[in-house]
Every structure is written in C-alpha cells, then in structure tokens.
Design a protein around this ligand. Sequence first.
Ligand SMILES: *[C@@H]1O[C@H](CO)[C@@H](O)[C@H](O)[C@H]1NC(C)=O
Ligand SMILES: *[C@@H]1O[C@H](CO)[C@@H](O)[C@H](O)[C@H]1NC(C)=O
Length: 305
Amino acid sequence: MPSVLNIFFTLLSISHVTYGTKVRQLWEFSNTSQWVENIGIRPSGHLLLNTFDQGKMYTIDPSTENPVPSVAIQLPGVTALTGITEIEPDIFAISGGNPNATSGAFLYGSGKIFVVDFRGRVPHINNQPLIKRAVEIPDSKLLNGIASLPLNPYIVLSVDSKLGCIYRTDTLSGHVDVIYKSDKLSPTPGTATPVGANGLKVRGGYLYLTNSEQYFLARLKVSETGNVLGPLEIIKHLPTNPTQHPDDFWIAQDGTFYVAAFTTAVLKITAGGQVSTVVDESGTVTSGGSNGKGGQVIEIDLVSK
Ligand SMILES: *[C@@H]1O[C@H](CO)[C@@H](O)[C@H](O)[C@H]1NC(C)=O
Ligand SMILES: *[C@@H]1O[C@H](CO)[C@@H](O)[C@H](O)[C@H]1NC(C)=O
C-alpha cells in the first residue's frame, strides 16, 4: 500500500552506515512515523525539524556531541508539517496539513501556514513558542517548500506539489493569492510519487524551485512583492533516476545549489549547471518511513577534508 511516507520527500535521509569523515548522523528517530520533512535554523544555530509526527516540530542542537531532540511545539489541527522559513529573527512561517494516507494530498480545509514566534513564550504550555497566526489555505493540496521574500519578509511563497501552483501569503493581513500555476510545477499524472514542485528558495530577484517528479531545477523572476516577471527558466534537467528525485535544497553564497535527492543522495549543482554528487548512500537502507527507519538528521561538512 502506498503510504504517505513514501510520497513525501524528506530533506535529508541518509542511512547511518560507514561514512567518510565529513558526514555525521546527528539523530535518528525510532518511529517510522517520525518523518523529517524540513529543517529550519534558529539564530542560535539550533535546528527546527518539521515532522509528520502528529504536527510536532522538534528542536535539536547540532553543536553538541550527541544531540537529542525535544518537542519545540505541536501545531494544532495538522498532522504533517512541511515547509519552514524565517520571517523575522526567530519568527518562522511553517506550512502543514492533514494528509490523506492514500493519496498524500491534504484533506480539504486542512492546509495552513502558521507564524510561530520563539521570542514570545507561553508559560502555561511548557513555555512553548507563541503561535501568532494560522492562515488557512483550504484549497491547497500539498503545501511544500516555503520561502519568505527578502525585502518583504512577512510575505511568504509556498509551492503546492499537487496543484502545481505557488501561493503568496501575507502573514500580517492573512491575505492569500496564487501568483503562478503551470504543468511544469505539477507531478506527471499517473506516476508513483505524485509530487511536483517541492523545494523553494528566493535569492537575488529569483524564486528557485525543484520539481521532484519532473527532475529539474528551475527559476522564476519575481518582484520584491512576489509578482512573477518572466517565464519559468529551467536551470538543469537531472537524469531520471528513481532514487534521486530533486527535493529541498540550499543555495550557498557563491550561487552553488546543494540539493537533497530523494532517497539517497545530496547533489551539488553549480550556478552554471554542472552536477556532481556530494554523498550517495544508494544500496543502503534510507529515506525514513518507507524503509522501516525513522527520520534522520545528517550533517555534511563541505569544508573540512
Ligand atoms: C509510532 O507512531 C505511531 C503514530 O504516532 C503510533 O501509533 C505508534 O504507536 C508508534 N509506535 C511506537 C513503537 O512507538
Ligand atoms: C483519500 O484518497 C483516496 C484516493 O485518492 C480517495 O479515494 C479518498 O476518498 C480520500 N479520502 C478522503 C477522506 O478525502
């Protein structure tokens, strides 16, 4: 039976086998339902882990030798947390919903974007961070990657991996609209893992995204407020490989992309489109729930040898 855990793509899930010196597993959850979908970074350097574990976000300190996560907050009315982006220092926008276990699509009305403030605390609920707002996006079918606009950080863009669209949410007013919709952001119909556009980042006037099912990295020119100013430009078509679906990613200062490739690899794509493999654990047990493992957090040191 296809489970929701097979359908969603985690940021990094590499098995904990013999690593080279530059790869370290920080943590592995014990329960296969503890899928880790995305990672946020607080100003303190602590990580925030969005999971499919009953709406729980965990926190973990990667600077310690044997880090152990704890629950930072459990968000109400959603079972799965997906994207995370910082909109002010220590204030994060987080998307989530309640996925149908068969199709992986959010049940109607469950898709939401929460604003969670780690500077405000709620003493009577374990001192948890303050939920400042929950914006409902009832039509959404799978809110996935999310990115705040650098010059208007309270506005966030989110891809919907099922509908093939990009929502713009004003987290101050709660207003939501669709800025772009295209078959290029959708999954290919009838495919085993119907997840289209997935990771999302905004940098230098462009919105960058991956399409997991269509195997590419692309960008759209956007204005300071998120209006789309040009056509979708494909940066790189990746080889069709069932164990390397481009997923969430990071853009380094020099414009290099580091792309988690579900299920077993992390790829490096230079700004010029040259692809190489940073790590690949193919042939080993990986990718959280679908292979009987809980979610993992892996540290990859790109600098030390
Ligand atoms: C794993 O998580 C699921 C869902 O929360 C729960 O029903 C189950 O009891 C957990 N299993 C173990 C061994 O903790
Ligand atoms: C869940 O998805 C399946 C398969 O698409 C569908 O048949 C079913 O009606 C959905 N359930 C709900 C509650 O939406």
